[in-house]
Design a protein. Structure first.
Lengths: 550, 392
């Protein structure tokens, strides 16, 4: 494990001088192996640390917190915000651990019965949340134009709730066309509270995701299943932070890279499943100052490429699979390829046959040529070309211990390998690009130093910001909140501009509910999607906004 | 409701048919993928139809497919399909009873039972729906359809161009509302009415249509359309498993199954999408065009495609290479997954494949009803083989 390192100790400023209180922010990024922590003052990284990620996640965070506070010597009273990118919910869903028993309501009968809730779910996950016994398809829901399919069957909801008493810890309600008309979901929630009590957590699908019933219902049920997991995590983190003398609000990074207040996250834990990658993208943006471009996160075995639009990760347009279930929640559009510092360069004489997909991973220091090992890796190629001049703090071993082994590799092979690596990176960047013009690229991650960064086709410039190895933790400290809303309009009878204003107001309401200061909320994207196979000029309008927290 | 039917196996026994294929989950997923590829950019999202068919199979209802040649001349068949806005279907899946209801009411109107289903088109929605219907109804599916591709309107079938009609058509919804559309030989009016009914129902309807006799099926359908879709889907799935070139395997399967040459004409990246909203001629369809910049060996070339829900025509560097009713597919080069007009986005990369329409879609009547001039292009139809004769 790496100890933390004080980058620029500004500890003297403000410490013991409460008249000029600084606004410090602490951020954590929970990864598979390491939990990264940073202490920030404005754009300055005052301290950074890495701890081993613990099975309960919280333990690793507490340790990283301790490390940055100790290293910086900062006054806990100056910390104004604590934020994290976390894997609590993802782990619970993948491991089917500590999940809630979920009472599942769908408002849609007599429509929709051909495909009941939980269709296509893995058996183990179905069982872990209580299974079919807790599923009820109720008469109700809306048509796209706002009419009721049929009036809501309130009696049936009441009866179902009575049958669930004592058997469920959480309730999910999904109504047909609720993203457009949410009345039936809200009315149902009222009945559920009346029967099962005010404290029962209820997830309403229109607050979770967009049109596409089955995927939205899946997302809603998954959300309901991890509410207790998230509540416990938030409560224990709040306690740990308070114990360290910090009296500051806790924020959690959501999938689109913005943050939400921890209390909001308890109700919407599903929005944190891509918390980590989203935080990395935001950190890259923040550290580089680039708002539109491509982020290339190069690790030991793989490279994730994301595309940033106005400072946020572009969303995936396809369904997102969580724990074996298809959902339509908002997640970053990531493209992963098997190329990292430890990727093996397969070759025949001087010709490269293939890059990977195998990687030596953390065994680089035993198996790579730079360390006297038998295999040529991407790392070794960079060493041979003199591209590496410094050791990264996160690595214990120097970047080369056996230069004679590297010198023995034929120059032609090294040249061919370097070209192959460059081409691979260019291809993946090109796949993610949405404009023909060159765009800036931000290279982060431990492998960023060992890949070509010059004259990359399709790229205007390559940036490698300071602190790229803790970019994710930095990304969590950016106090911006994102939200969205959508609506369906018929442009034959409605005014487009008015419709956009109306949807924008609803998006701003949502941002405010998530913790944003209303007058800082601005529109970042307006998307219009036409309805096919339908007369008239109907379309769906989707508006994304962002606003400041502090 | 209709009389309870026995089951597909008993019906085939009565007809003395021993040759049939059992459609299991793997088969339906292959058929649906193939149909989505042949859907020419349209046909909708396969997800709901597939899940529905899986559920029907899970309930132990058997789905059997028969050769059209074996079917008795005198039997009554009909097609069932979803007609309406695809996006509404993704939000409002049907009740399990809509197809039974539509077929039952059509039987009532006709005064005779329906003994087999005939799929309407090749598409992500209506292909699996035809199989779900057969399972729900307990009747066999005949290995035919009315297009061997997808088209935006109900009358654009080989059935109409060969002199049979969609009327009477029964249109129902989940609330058991029933509308009978009987316009005699005016198939265009039937389409207009059916679409209005779908709108009034809330965006989609479930129809029982094209009540044809066994003899009519044989004389007017695209024969073996299901086998073609199945072969295409199976080839692409195998290519994925064995890491072969899915486009090459697709073209081989067409050669084998239909003895026709398809053409791989372009690989590129979508760089412009122009959706035409305001046009007066826009009557419930998404119109527009896309521009695709060539990559790899096509670098420097530009392809443009017009679409009206489905792809209509293709030009490369201004030269026309495909016109309706011939088929255009843009497929993900690595997976062979079709890129549909409703989901395509700037930046999508794909390979363009052209496939000759079935000969029963290429009659003079067919060119009149769904050739280039019908879609507003001042161009005479030229078969895709002639437009691409230099690629042989």
């Amino acid at each position: 494990m790496e100890a933390g390192r004080t980058v620029r100790n500004l500890g003297v400023v403000g410490v013991g001088n409460m008249e000029t209180k600084r606004e410090l922010r602490v951020g954590f990024d929970v990864g598979g192996t390491f939990t990264d922590g940073v202490l920030m003052c404005g754009r300055e990284v005052l301290a950074k640390a890495k701890s081993l990620t613990t099975p309960d996640v919280t333990g690793g965070i507490v340790e990283a917190l301790e490390a940055v506070m100790t290293k910086s010597g900062a006054n806990p009273a100056e910390v104004a915000m604590v934020s994290l990118g976390t894997t609590h919910t993802t782990n619970a869903l993948i491991e089917r651990r500590n999940l809630n028993q979920v009472g599942i309501f769908r408002l849609g009968a007599p429509a929709t019965t051909a495909i009941p809730p939980l269709t296509g779910w893995p058996e183990s996950l179905k069982e872990a949340i209580g299974g079919h016994e807790l599923v009820h398809i109720i008469r109700g829901g809306s048509e796209y134009d706002g009419r009721d399919i049929v009036p809501l069957d309130k009696k049936a909801i009441e009866d179902a709730c009575k049958s669930m008493k004592g058997k469920v810890d959480s309730v999910s309600i999904t109504g047909v066309f609720s993203p457009i008309i949410n009345d039936h979901e809200e009315q149902s929630a009222e009945i559920v509270r009346n029967v099962l009590g005010e404290d029962i957590p209820i997830t309403l699908s229109h607050r979770i995701a967009t049109i596409s019933l089955l995927e939205r219902e899946n997302s809603t049920i998954l959300n309901a299943s991890v509410i207790t997991v998230m509540r416990r995590a938030v409560n224990s983190l709040k306690a740990a932070v308070r114990k360290r003398g910090i009296d500051a609000p806790l924020f959690i990074v959501q999938n689109d890279g913005s943050v939400m207040s921890a209390d909001y996250a308890i109700d919407y834990p599903i929005f944190t499943v891509a918390s980590g990658p989203a935080a990395s993208v935001r950190g890259s943006v923040y550290l580089s100052g680039i708002e539109d471009g491509v982020v290339v996160d190069i690790g030991g075995t793989s490279t994730d490429v994301a595309y940033i639009v106005k400072g946020f990760p572009r969303e995936s347009s396809i369904t997102v699979n969580i724990g074996g279930v298809k959902t339509n929640i908002r997640c970053p559009d990531l493209l992963s390829i098997a190329l990292g510092g430890g990727t093996i360069v397969k070759h025949k004489d001087d010709d490269v046959i293939e890059l990977g997909p195998e990687s030596v991973g953390y065994n680089l220091v035993r198996l790579g040529k730079s360390f006297g090992g038998p295999l040529l890796t991407v790392h070794d190629t960079a060493v041979a070309l003199g591209k590496l001049q410094q050791k990264l703090d996160v690595f214990k071993t120097d970047y080369v211990t056996h230069p004679e082994k590297i010198n023995a590799v034929p120059k032609a092979l090294i040249k061919n390998a370097w070209v192959a690596i460059k081409t691979t990176i260019e291809e993946v960047i090109d796949k993610m690009k949405t404009t023909p013009e060159p765009v800036p690229a931000i290279f982060i991650g431990g492998g960023a130093l060992v890949v070509p960064r010059e004259k990359i086709i399709g790229v205007s410039e390559v940036l490698m910001p300071d602190h790229f190895e803790v970019g994710g933790a930095v990304g969590t400290t950016i106090a911006e909140i994102g939200a969205y809303a959508e609506g369906v309009v018929d442009l034959d009878i409605e005014d487009r501009a008015e419709a956009i204003v109306e949807v924008t107001e609803r998006a701003k309401d949502n941002a405010e509910a998530a913790g944003a200061i209303r007058n800082t909320v601005e529109v970042i994207d307006v998307e219009e999607i036409p309805f096919t196979y339908m007369p008239g000029k109907r379309e769906k309008i989707r508006i994304r906004v962002k606003g400041q927290v502090l | 409701m209709s009389n309870p039917r026995s089951n597909a196996r008993a019906i085939l026994e009565k007809w003395g048919i021993k040759n049939f294929r059992v459609i299991d989950k793997e088969a339906i997923s292959e058929i649906t993928l193939g149909a989505s590829i042949l859907a020419t950019g349209g046909g909708g999202d396969p997800e709901i139809g597939l899940l529905w068919t899986y559920k029907v199979i899970d309930e132990g209802k058997e789905i059997l497919m028969v050769d059209p040649i074996d079917v008795p001349d005198g039997i009554q068949t009909a097609s069932t399909a979803c007609l309406g806005a695809a996006i509404v279907l993704t939000e409002k899946p049907p009740s399990g009873e809509v197809l039974n209801l539509a077929m039952g009411r059509l039987e009532q109107y006709l005064g005779r039972p329906i003994q087999a289903t005939i799929p309407l088109e090749c598409g992500g929605v209506n292909s699996p729906v035809a199989y779900a219907a057969a399972g729900e109804l307990g009747v066999p599916v005949i290995d035919v359809d009315g297009m061997n591709r997808a088209f935006p309107e109900l009358q654009m079938t080989s059935w109409v161009t060969h002199g049979v009609h969609s009327s009477p058509t029964v249109s129902v919804d989940n609330r058991k509302n029933v509308t009978v559309i009987d316009t005699g030989d005016d198939d265009v009016l039937a389409e207009t009415l059916a679409r209005r009914v779908a709108m009034a129902y809330g965006g989609i309807s479930w129809i029982a249509t094209y009540p044809l006799t066994g003899k009519q099926v044989k004389e007017t359908s695209i024969l073996y359309s299901q086998s073609i879709a199945w072969a295409v889907g199976r080839a692409v799935m195998r290519a994925r498993r064995e890491h072969l070139d899915p486009i090459g395997e697709l073209l081989k399967s067409l050669k084998k199954e239909r003895n026709v040459e398809g053409f791989r004409v372009f690989s590129g990246k979508i760089v412009d999408i122009n959706r035409d909203f305001g046009s007066e001629t826009n009557k419930g369809f998404t119109l527009g065009s896309v521009t695709v910049d060539g990559i790899d060996t096509y670098k420097g070339q530009t392809a443009t495609l017009d679409f009206q829900n489905e792809w209509l025509n293709l030009r490369i560097d201004g030269k026309v290479l495909c016109l309706p009713p011939d088929l255009i597919a843009i497929l993900d080069s690595e997976t062979g997954e079709p890129i549909r007009t409703d989901i395509m986005k700037y930046g999508y990369r794909g390979t363009i494949v052209l496939i000759p329409a079935h000969e029963r879609m290429r009659t003079a009547k067919g060119i009149e009803m769904f050739g280039p001039r019908h879609f507003g292009y001042d161009l005479d139809y030229v078969p895709v083989e002639e437009l691409n004769s230099d690629r042989r």
